[in-house]
Design a protein. Structure first.
Length: 133
């Protein structure tokens, strides 16, 4: 039986088409691809600059450009607020620690799910950074 609350969300086809258009317009107007992995590194650099600005300036990664709030950083922040708006307007917003699929696959043990999620995050971030993302 289908969960009626789930069916109120956006069509994945519409969301995918809009995301595709966003990618096309991003390259067309700015000459840059949409990405998020660099934003996490820059955010870490921004936080570290609060404590030791000179150290960040000497880091090899930030020598060509110091971490700053730019269009990509704002894009990632927009992802959060956009998803919040979309879920509240479709009345599908809910606070949930772990999706039901994860709990059914990895069981009720929070530690096991946390380890799997952490390792998956490492693999995904390594791949993104390896691809210069």
């Amino acid at each position: 039986m289908e969960n009626k609350q789930e069916s109120k969300g956006w069509s994945p086809y519409l969301a995918g088409a809009l995301t595709g258009l966003l990618l096309v317009f991003s390259v067309w107007f700015t000459g840059k691809y949409v990405g998020a992995s660099t934003t996490f590194v820059r955010t870490a650099g921004l936080v570290e600059r609060l404590f030791d600005q000179e150290r960040v300036a000497k880091m090899e990664y930030f020598m060509k450009e110091l971490p700053k709030i730019d269009w990509q950083w704002m894009f990632v922040v927009g992802i959060f607020f956009g998803s919040l708006i979309a879920s509240t307007t479709s009345k599908t917003f809910r606070l949930q620690g772990v999706p039901a699929m994860w709990e059914s696959r990895f069981g009720p043990h929070k530690a096991k799910r946390a380890v799997v999620a952490f390792l998956g995050g490492i693999v995904a971030m390594f791949g993104a950074r390896l691809a210069d993302g």
